[in-house]
Design a binder for this molecule. Structure first.
Ligand code: KIV
Ligand code: ZN
Length: 528
């Protein structure tokens, strides 16, 4: 059976989503999980874009085993050198270089003639092949390019050594029929096409990214580029979990195989959602909260009699534990450990101990601790960013006739600082008090509060996004007390900010500034 390779670009195209910013440790955590999911390729970043991207690609390349590790580069020697420098220690490195081929991109963005673009593409691929054995070439905005020119470019880059050619629908403009036709056209009219992997990369502006990717598979594409939860710029990229489950569930129709371990889908989705703070809509296919929920009596009756009446895939196949059994304060360490295993976590002894203590604390306040509660506290405890500041205590006075006032105590190394502040409301007062205690000034971009489960005693999950010097940092905190959850979230965002400043201070401008004016601007540049 023909195999379709799954190329995950959550860490590169996904991270280009507005408000999403992952640090090196978070990218490494996601990449490790993607390797468990057994994706074929992880696109780890765009090394020339920022020191953070460079460091993340380097870390993933040297530490994550299994998948091919790819890094993006524009069609310039400088970008390719940077990508290779970051990638070179990967067991299976791939340089992914691209240039736009559509009339509007060439004329208005690149200000280059088709001949110049063709020459740059060939030179870039030839140069990349002098460094790496595996080189992917993408014709950006291929779906709006002239088909004859597109095939000419692809034939030339194959001749120059490309091992993968990628057909992106960069602006999500195509329709499934048209896109399948484009793939067939390229396959029929490009010299040397049989020697390379034919890849597609679809955006979701018209909600057709998954449909277009699947249509491309029926036309013979052998690699699909996608992201977890469909994360990505604007309306996002094609969702990995939807493509994989469609190809698996309808293997009878597509007749292709994928090597994904689908039991890791749910856990990967939750991890990406939690670290990016981009929530998954409840009715999202495959990984949404309601994807396997049956509400109507007729459906419930049908499923109870025979599951396949209303379920085309099982929750277990994506790693949703069958039993939604809740734990309580009498559940011991053994039950807790079993639950973690069922949820797909493999924690060290020390992490397990911390998580168990948080669980006991929570079980004391809440009668029943659900899977969702456990996931939330694990995400809290598994933060990979060093805790420069730790919240020791928060106290708030608030009410309809009181001036909201907060006192906090924050530990920094061996010393603790106590500060008080007033604010517009209790959360504002707490954040101001934390600013005073940490000596940090940040700009709060967004704040949201969710109940992790139903019930009046539910855990509150606060998410904040703060901005500093052009960079965004996300913090999450959970507690049955929403003010404490907010304070925890804010302290976590500040810790990430401090961590980033320490990791990249002094390197921001010199190392990272990409060559402006020679090509299109880099999409996201830290520190500018
Ligand atoms: O959407 C796009 O065209 C891209 C390319 C760089 C592959 O992300
Ligand atoms: Zn893209």
């Amino acid at each position: 059976m023909r195999q379709v390779f799954i190329f995950d670009t959550t860490l590169r195209d996904g991270e280009q989503s507005p408000g999403v910013s992952l640090n090196v440790e978070e990218k490494l955590e996601i990449a490790t999980q993607l390797a468990r999911l057994r994706v074929d390729v992880i696109e780890a970043g765009f090394p020339v874009a920022s020191p953070g991207d460079f460091a993340a690609v380097q870390a993933v390349a040297s530490q994550v085993e299994g998948p091919t590790i790819a890094a993006l580069a524009r069609a310039t020697q400088k970008d390719i050198d940077k990508a290779w420098e970051a990638l070179r220690h990967a067991r299976k490195p791939r340089i992914h270089t691209f240039i736009a081929t559509s009339p509007v991109h060439m004329r208005c963005k690149l200000r280059k003639s088709p001949e110049e673009v063709l020459r740059m593409a060939v030179e870039a691929v030839r140069y990349a092949r002098s460094l790496a054995n595996d080189v992917e070439f993408s014709a950006e905005d291929a779906a709006r390019s002239d088909r004859g020119f597109l095939c000419e470019v692809f034939a030339a880059v194959i001749e120059a050594g490309a091992t993968v050619i990628n057909i992106p629908d960069t602006v999500g403009y195509s329709t499934p029929w048209e896109f399948a036709d484009l793939v067939s056209y390229v396959k029929a009219r490009t010299a040397g096409i049989d020697r390379v992997t034919v890849s597609v990369h679809c955006h979701n502006d018209l909600g057709l990214a998954v449909a277009n990717s699947l249509a491309a598979v029926t036309a013979g594409a052998t690699q699909v580029e996608c992201t977890i939860n469909g994360l990505g710029e604007r309306a996002g990229n094609a969702a990995l979990e939807e493509i994989v489950m469609a190809l698996k569930t309808r293997q009878d129709y597509f007749g292709v195989s994928v090597d994904i371990d689908t039991k890791h889908i749910y856990r990967t989705s939750r991890l990406v959602s939690s670290l990016t703070a981009v929530f998954v809509q409840p009715n999202k296919a495959v990984v949404g909260d309601n994807a396997f929920a049956h509400e109507s009596g007729i459906h419930q009756d049908g499923v109870l009699k025979e599951r396949t009446t209303y379920e085309i895939m099982t929750p277990e196949s994506i790693g949703l534990p069958e039993s939604r059994l809740v734990l309580g304060k009498h559940s011991g360490r053994h039950a807790f450990n079993e639950k973690l295993k069922a949820l797909g976590y493999s924690l060290s002894k020390e992490e397990m101990e911390k998580a168990f203590n948080r669980f006991i604390e929570l079980a004391d306040k809440k009668k029943q601790v659900s899977d969702r509660d456990i996931e939330a506290i694990i995400q809290d405890e598994l933060v990979t960013t060093p805790a420069f500041f730790e919240l020791e205590y928060v106290h708030v006075i608030s009410g309809s006739h009181a001036v909201p006032t907060a006192t906090v105590r924050v530990k920094n190394g061996d010393s603790s600082v106590e500060q008080a502040a007033c604010g517009d409301g209790p959360v504002d007062a707490v954040l101001r008090a934390i600013d005073a205690a940490t000596g940090m000034q940040t700009h709060l971009v967004s704040y949201s509060l969710n109940a992790v489960t139903g019930g009046k005693d539910a855990l509150g999950e606060a998410t904040v996004r703060v901005k500093d010097n052009g960079n965004t940092y996300v913090g999450r905190g959970t507690s049955t007390d929403v003010i404490e959850a907010s304070a925890r979230a804010y302290v976590q965002a500040i810790n990430k900010l401090v961590h980033n400043r320490r990791a990249f201070s002094g390197r921001l401008q010199n190392d990272a500034t990409p060559a402006r004016g020679t090509d299109e601007p880099v999409k996201k540049v830290e520190g500018e």
